[in-house]
Every structure is written in structure tokens, then in C-alpha cells.
Design a protein around this ligand. Structure first.
Ligand code: GDP
Ligand code: MG
Length: 610
């Protein structure tokens, strides 16, 4: 395929606006997949179980289609991207392999928070943007009103907007034609003889075939057996296999400039997944090229400890985590251990949904059951002579101790934007204020219409939106609010470390960094939770929430003498022995914190109830 008959494009949208459904229709129209009954929810590109269950796209997918238009056959490469704010890193790097993007907006909901952020991501990459209004079959669709919104917010010509229903297929053919007519062909690759320049934009892990990399060829040609090298790590590989996704991997003889495809490569030295970095540029060995711009490592925003429910399963868990990070390079991994939970890993995620999805994938795809500690954002500690980042509460110093010589503690901030019908403005302001928001501001999105939407912006501490902020946002706006945020640097804050003592002994798995103003409430809440999940012992057990040296909350578990054979008459010797054996079995799973026995499940319960 000569470059002028290739189009690389992405579909970008707020979650639920219909990307996966539109992808299905495009694949059907091009006979890439079999046609389904109208309204059938096929969602070929949502391959993961977690994606099908939650109806969200987590992992960007790539697929090649062939389409005849005006007597010429075109190769159209579609990159389906996730919509949730946590996965914006995934979106940004997929866009690096495209020249155009369909900006899909739900014609009943209108422009939402992620519509704006994905629009800017595409604009930054200088992609040709084709606005598409979806779901025009809905009775609640207001195509004219939303068209005005799109024009005002994105400065796009309303005459360029396509109206479609991905569900019924209405107008979808026009989308294909618009892609061919409006998206420019890949321009880098007119010269087949130029030295190979290739972008690695994603990787997948296949149980049988190992790591498969998704690449976009910018210059030159790639064939089986080619020796290639990374600009970043300088590591060398041999291409064992290559082809296009159609929609599964189909081998081809070569990949040409402008094409997007997959390669199975074998490292010239020992095989290891960690070394190929997403966003890296590859060249032919001996023919170095200038690396492509925009290489950016993922920046984890949330850290948590991940432990096996049964400590004996650690080696298996670690292996599973390793495998899974091969398909999700945005997760950072470090070993850690805890007296309460044993050996585990400290993982860094892009957000809490990302963390949740990772946990579910560990369970679905690797059959692991895990305990995840409360998430922590990275804090910045400014000492008199140095700066340090802490992403584990265990490493957080006692700031009241003068020997520590800490000048200040800073926390990561975000600029948040919330789009919501104006009736909910008061509720949203209150929600933000209760999460320590600063500089709250708002403006109307479409003033000509009666029931108008507003966009509220403010600065929020990242740590404040890590737990139930999103749930509250949804429930207090009857599900109407959408939310997005971006990094806004660090800011000084009055943070303290809170720990819990069980009978005077610290439980290391339960430590939090909290704002001083919230410490008392959180201390009380968790002390109570602990009292409920820890079984009675043969002596009284005090539970204390401590900040510095001060106890800020206290609960007591009263004593009980647990005689499991009580109520059994003599002679039932066998039953009695069985009961005792059962109790012994149960003991194995107990963790000793000082003199207190805590079943592992108690940690599971308390940490997953959060
Ligand atoms: P994504 O999150 O952007 O991938 O959105 P999906 O493709 O998963 O669609 C979200 C929901 O909207 C699903 O329940 C779809 O069936 C529905 N949907 C998508 N397109 C249309 C459409 O054109 N009309 C109607 N009525 N529903 C649609
Ligand atoms: Mg989807």
C-alpha cells in the first residue's frame, strides 16, 4: 500500500459516547468482521473480561481495515482508545501513531469533561479532527444544540460535523468517506529507501507467543529477519514475525512506511520485557536515526501495596504482576514487605480506576486473590538540605520530631474540571469545598439554552480525589456530572502520618498520610472499623489511632474465652477432635501483631471496604 492510500486514525471521546460501538460498525462495513444484527452489542475491540463486564475500554486496540472508495482500495488503521481520565497516557501515546481523529460526542449528553481533554490531546499532536455527533437515534438527542456547543468550545466548523447512530449504522458510511477525504495520508513515509524509523506505541502479552509490539512505521520498510535497535536503550532485536491486526494478528511479508502493525521480536541478547519502552523509536542496526519526539514515561499518581491473601502465593503473584505489566507499561513495580501482610509489591498506578482494573485483571487473567492497601499519592518532603518523594506511609517521618529537620511537606495538586447541569452547581461547590478545593470558578457552556450546563474548575489535592470523590460526584449530580483533571504541581500542606496500635503494637499495613484537619474523623472511623473486623481475644485489646505521640481515637475489643468444645457432651470424642483440628487450621492464617492474632481476612475486609 502506497502511503497515499493509507489513513491512520483514532476515535476519541468521553466514556460511553460510543467509541467501541462505532468501531464495530466500521469493522462490519469494511467486512473485517461479520455483520451482526442491528443493535447487537459486539464490541470486538473490548477484548478483556474487565472491559466487557464494566463496559469500558481499558486498553487501546488497533485494527486494520480495507475499503474501496472511488475505485481505489484504502488501508484504514483504526486505534480505539480508552475514555477514562486514568488512561489519558494510553490515549496520548496512541495518538502518536495517527494523522486524524474522530471526535465522537453523544448528541444527547453533549460535550463532557473528557471530550475536552481528548480534544486537546489530539490538537497538541496536530491531528485532523473530524467531529461526529453520535446517538442521533435517541429521542433525547439535540444535534443542533450540541453542534453549537462543539463550535463554541472547539472552534470547529459546524458544517464539518457528521451526524450518526453507531447503534443503527445510520451515517456510518459517511464517516469512512470523511476519513479518506479529510485525514491526510501519513506524510513521513514517502521514501521507501530511507533508513527505518519506527515508533513502538503499545505492547501486548500473549501466553504462547510472548511479547507482541504494536508499531507505526514512519520511514523505510520492515521485513522478517531484520535486525533493529532501540534509540532509547540501544538494545538490539531480531524481527521474528510481523503483520497487521485484522482484527487479530495476520502475518504479512513486510510493513511499509505509514503502516501500523505488530511485530514479534526476539532480543539479540537475553529476552526481557521491561526494556522495551512504549514511545521508543527503533532503527535498523547500523543505521541510527533521530528519535521521534514525544517520548514520555508514564507518571504514576497513586501507589498501593499489593499482597497475596495467602502469603505462600507471593512468588506466583509476583510472576503474574510481571506478566501483566508487559501489557500495561504504565504500572511501576517495587518489592516491599509488611509484618502484617508478609511479602508483597508496591505498585504505582495512573489513578484509582486503573488500580481497580489492574486488580481485576490479576484476578480474571491470573487467578490471583490479593489484598490492596489504602492508596497513597506521592508526597514531597523538603528537608533543610534535600528533597525526597515518599509514596509509602511507612517511610513518612514524624514531622514533629525536631531531629528530622523537615522544612515542609508538599502534596500533589490537580486542576479539576467538572461539567454539570447548572441546577447542581451548589452541590458541586459544596463537594469541592469539603475536599479542600481552592480557586473555585465556573462558566456557562451554552448560555442560549434554558437548562444550561456549566463547567466548574478548581484546584484540588490529588489525595482528596483518590477515594470516593468520583462516586460522590456522580451520586450528588444524579449521574450527570463528568470530571477530568490534570497535574498542577506540588503545594505546601499540613499533613500528618496516622498509625494504628493494637494492644500497643503498630500495624504497619495500616498507616495513612492525612490532612491535619481530617485526622480525628478518619482516626475514629478506622478504629471503629478495626474493632468490627478483629475477633475477640482472650484478653482486652485496645485499638488506638495515633498522630505523632498523641492518641486521637480509641476503641476496645473486649475479652472472651473462646472454648470451641463448649456445649458438647463427653463421648463425642471424634467431633471434639475435629473441632480442635479445624481451629488449628484456622490459626495458620492468623497474623500476629504483638500478642494479638488477626486473621488475614480481617485485613482483606478492612482494606477492601474502603
Ligand atoms: P465507549 O465507552 O465510548 O466505548 O461507548 P460504547 O460503544 O461502549 O457505548 C456506550 C453505550 O452507548 C452502549 O450501551 C451502546 O450500546 C450505546 N450506544 C452507542 N452508540 C449508540 C447510538 O448510536 N445510539 C444509541 N441509542 N446508543 C448507542
Ligand atoms: Mg469502549
Amino acid at each position: 500500500y502506497p502511503a497515499h492510500r493509507i489513513r491512520n486514525f483514532a476515535i476519541i471521546a468521553h466514556i460511553d459516547h460510543g467509541k467501541s460501538t462505532l468501531s464495530d460498525r466500521l469493522l462490519e462495513l469494511t467486512n473485517t468482521i461479520q455483520r451482526h444484527k442491528p443493535g447487537d452489542n459486539n464490541q470486538v475491540l473490548d477484548k478483556l473480561k474487565v472491559e466487557r463486564e464494566r463496559g469500558i475500554t481499558v486498553k487501546a486496540q488497533t485494527v486494520s481495515m480495507f475499503y474501496k472508495h472511488d475505485g481505489e482500495e484504502y488501508l484504514l488503521n483504526l486505534i480505539d482508545t480508552p475514555g477514562h481520565v486514568d488512561f489519558s497516557w494510553e490515549v496520548a501515546r496512541s495518538l502518536g501513531a495517527c494523522e486524524g481523529a474522530l471526535l465522537l460526542v453523544d448528541a444527547s449528553q453533549g460535550v463532557q469533561a473528557q471530550s475536552i481533554s481528548v480534544f486537546h490531546a489530539a490538537k497538541d499532536k496536530k491531528l485532523k479532527i473530524i467531529p461526529v455527533l453520535n446517538k442521533i437515534d435517541l429521542p433525547a438527542a439535540e444535534p443542533e444544540r450540541i453542534a453549537t456547543q462543539i463550535q463554541a468550545m472547539f472552534d470547529l466548523d459546524p458544517n464539518d460535523i457528521l451526524n450518526v447512530s453507531a447503534k443503527t449504522g445510520l451515517g456510518v458510511r459517511d464517516v469512512l468517506h470523511a476519513i479518506i477525504d479529510r485525514v491526510p495520508p501519513p506524510n513521513a513515509g514517502t521514501n521507501h529507501d530511507a533508513p527505518l524509523k519506527m515508533l513502538l506505541f503499545d505492547s501486548l502479552y500473549d501466553r504462547y507467543r510472548g511479547v507482541i509490539s504494536l508499531v507505526s512505521i514512519k520511514d523505510g520498510e520492515l521485513r522478517k529477519g531484520d535486525k533493529i535497535a532501540s534509540c532509547h536503550s540501544r538494545k538490539k532485536y531480531e524481527v521474528m514475525d510481523l503483520g497487521i491486526m485484522h482484527p487479530e494478528e495476520v502475518p504479512t511479508a513486510c510493513l511499509r512506511p505509514g503502516q501500523v502493525g505488530w511485530i514479534g521480536a526476539c532480543a539479540a541478547t537475553k529476552k526481557s520485557g521491561k526494556e522495551t519502552l512504549i514511545g521508543d523509536t527503533f532503527h535498523r542496526v547500523g543505521q541510527p536515526v533521530e528519535p521521534l519526539p514525544g517520548f514520555q514515561l508514564a507518571k504514576p499518581m497513586v501507589y498501593a501495596g499489593v499482597y497475596p491473601v495467602d502469603s505462600n502465593d507471593f512468588p506466583k503473584l509476583e510472576e503474574s504482576i510481571k506478566r501483566l505489566t508487559l501489557t500495561d507499561r504504565s504500572v511501576s513495580v517495587q518489592r516491599e514487605s509488611s509484618t502484617a501482610l508478609g511479602q508483597g509489591c508496591r505498585l504505582g498506578f495512573l489513578g484509582t480506576l486503573h488500580m481497580d482494573v489492574f486488580r481485576q485483571r490479576l484476578e480474571d487473567e491470573y487467578d490471583a486473590s490479593v489484598i490492596i492497601t489504602a492508596p497513597t499519592v506521592p508526597y514531597k518532603l523538603v528537608y533543610h538540605d534535600r528533597t525526597e518523594f515518599v509514596s509509602n506511609p511507612t517511610d513518612f517521618p514524624d514531622i514533629n520530631d525536631p531531629r528530622v529537620r523537615l522544612n515542609e511537606v508538599q502534596e500533589p495538586m490537580v486542576t479539576a474540571s467538572i461539567i454539570v447541569p447548572s441546577d447542581y452547581l451548589g452541590e458541586m461547590m459544596e463537594l469541592c469545598t469539603s475536599h479542600r478545593a481552592q480557586d473555585i470558578d465556573y462558566r456557562y457552556l451554552d448560555s442560549e439554552y434554558q437548562s444550561s450546563r456549566i463547567m466548574l474548575t478548581c484546584r484540588l489535592p490529588l489525595g482528596e480525589i483518590m477515594t470516593d470523590f468520583f462516586d460522590k460526584l456522580k451520586s450528588r449530580s444524579s449521574g450527570f456530572a463528568s470530571f477530568d483533571y490534570e497535574d498542577a504541581g506540588y503545594q505546601k500542606s499540613d499533613l500528618v502520618k496516622m498509625t494504628f496500635l493494637l494492644n500497643g503494637r503498630q500495624v504497619d499495613a495500616l498507616a495513612f498520610i492525612v490532612h491535619r484537619s481530617a485526622a480525628e474523623n478518619i482516626g475514629r472511623e478506622w478504629a471503629l472499623k478495626l474493632r468490627k473486623v478483629i475477633p475477640r481475644q482472650q484478653f482486652e485489646v485496645p485499638i488506638q489511632a495515633v498522630v505523632g505521640k498523641k492518641v486521637i481515637a480509641r476503641e476496645t475489643i473486649s475479652a472472651v474465652r473462646k472454648d470451641v468444645t463448649a456445649g458438647m457432651y463427653g463421648g463425642h470424642h471424634e467431633r471434639k477432635m475435629k473441632k480442635l483440628a479445624e481451629q488449628k487450621e484456622g490459626k495458620k492464617r492468623l497474623k500476629r501483631i504483638g500478642s494479638v492474632d488477626v486473621p488475614q481476612e480481617a485485613f482483606f475486609e478492612i482494606l477492601s471496604s474502603n
